[in-house]
Write a protein that binds this ligand. Structure first.
Ligand SMILES: Cc1ncc(COP(=O)(O)O)c(C=O)c1O
Length: 437
């Protein structure tokens, strides 16, 4: 609506009419970044896009064509709100790799695991309910929790994942305030954004703490099969959690996110509510995409493909860790992921990644500032780097550009006396190679 002369400019003429729940909806840092970070001259270490160049696209194209020709009328039709039965059976086989014994009856196929997050939150959260979530947490989950007006209480992690004692304390604090925590949201494997994995020895304990407190566990596991060194760790759901754990899976990282197929494995009673919520939202998940996946899983060497992805991501992880080790300023620390896509970097005291981001973009490298991963706006000292998409040489160049920005900041602060222990990097960064310029 154009503003009248003399009136103040209204940016959004609908402001007074939006529902309360929209107040928590703000553009994530990642979203605002994508426009600039996707320019070819910028090395994006920001997004978590899987690298699909290793997929057998010819074979996928062929099976899609055959699907339309042979079963097109079914594939292009509405389907069940719970998802295609054949795919749900295959999903149970996928989950068996992490020790889960499940019936296809209890699987609900969703539009990516992002929709599973939405459905679970819709079914369990009233405004003001507490969700316990790791500090830091996946930005997309925080967005969903905000949209349903949940209060997020963060729980500390260390290099071994969520800290059981911190969980006990957080539950105690929430109870003492007379509030109600409904579930614990956790990403146990190759955490986004922290890059750490919950060690075996803590998994049973965390489940027991939640069971004793009457809390559900929302186990979000899109990266579990992308381990570089060891077979998958047994899921929390597989440790006697069939009545207390809602397990979320996805084909986005092990196959392709464009199909938008994920799932939730829920206790039987909850399953029914989730299907009703899913039907209210989308009627049914896309039949064609589910049938493509069912054909892919049953006719292709999909586990060999996942192994190929792992080899590629391992090489990129190595490139990133090597470059960080050579170039980061003294006092910087980072996690050492054994799978997945992400490294979590902690800068020396006083450096603010939100302030540094525009400078980094000018220097043609993008990262995600830590604040994106905390519901309470903290996290300025951290940043997330992802190594999944760029080639190893680009990763090294991206880290080099980042190190230059950090070194400049450290020197600036040293000059103006704000720094204390900060010193420039161990090794001076090289000038950019011509092909990277
Ligand atoms: C931890 C986590 N959960 C859920 C998702 C959503 O994945 P999708 O909706 O593509 O299955 C992502 C995507 O990056 C993620 O990292």
């Amino acid at each position: 609506m154009p503003s009248r002369p003399g009136s103040s400019v209204t940016l959004d003429a609908f402001t007074g009419r939006y529902a309360q729940r929209t107040h928590g909806m703000t553009a994530s840092e990642i979203r605002a970044l994508f426009a600039v970070a996707s320019r070819p001259e910028v090395v994006s270490l920001a997004g978590g896009m899987p690298n699909l160049s290793a997929l057998p696209l010819d074979a996928v194209g062929k099976l899609m064509g055959e699907l339309v020709q042979t079963r097109g009328a079914q594939a292009l039709q509405y389907g069940s709100g719970q998802g295609v039965p054949e795919l749900r059976e295959l999903i149970c086989e996928v989950m068996a790799l992490e020790g889960i014994e499940a019936s296809a009856e209890d699987v609900v196929v969703t539009v990516g695991s992002q929709q599973a997050l939405d459905l679970v939150t819709r079914v369990f959260i009233d405004p003001g309910d507490v969700v316990l979530a790791e500090a830091p947490s996946y930005v997309g989950a925080l967005g969903t929790f905000a949209a349903y007006q949940a209060e997020v209480v963060h729980v500390e992690m260390d290099d071994s994942g969520l800290v059981p004692e911190a969980l006990r304390e957080a539950i105690g604090r929430v109870n003492a305030e007379g509030k109600r925590a409904k579930f614990l949201y956790t990403v146990p494997n190759f955490h986004n954004p922290a890059g750490v994995t919950l060690v075996e020895s803590r998994r049973d304990e965390i489940l027991q703490i939640c069971q004793a407190a009457g809390l559900l566990v929302l186990e979000d596991n899109p990266y579990g099969l992308l381990g570089f060194d060891a077979p998958p760790t047994r899921a929390i759901r597989a440790r006697g959690g069939q009545d207390d754990v809602l397990y979320l899976g996805s084909f986005s990282k092990t196959f392709a996110p464009g199909l938008r197929v994920g799932w939730v494995l829920a206790p039987h009673a909850v399953r029914e509510k989730l299907v009703l919520a899913a039907e209210a939202a989308v009627l049914c998940p896309p039949t064609f995409n589910q049938m493509v996946l069912a054909d892919y899983l049953s006719t292709q060497d999909w586990q060999g493909q996942v192994a190929a992805f792992c080899g590629m991501y391992r090489e990129r992880r190595d490139a990133m860790l090597d470059a960080l080790g050579q170039l980061m300023p003294v006092g910087t620390t980072w996690t050492h992921p054994t799978g997945g896509f992400y490294v979590w970097v902690t800068l020396p005291g006083g450096l603010d990644t939100k302030v540094l981001l525009p400078r980094a973009i000018t220097a043609r490298v993008a990262f995600v500032p830590g604040t994106a991963f905390y519901a309470d706006g903290t996290g300025r000292q951290h940043l997330r780097l992802s190594y999944c998409y760029p080639e190893p040489d680009r990763i090294r160049e991206g880290v080099r550009r980042l190190a230059t920005v950090l070194d400049e900041e450290v020197e600036l602060r040293a000059t103006f006396g704000a720094t204390g222990p900060l010193r420039p990097s161990r090794r001076q960064a090289e000038s950019p190679s011509p092909d990277m310029a």
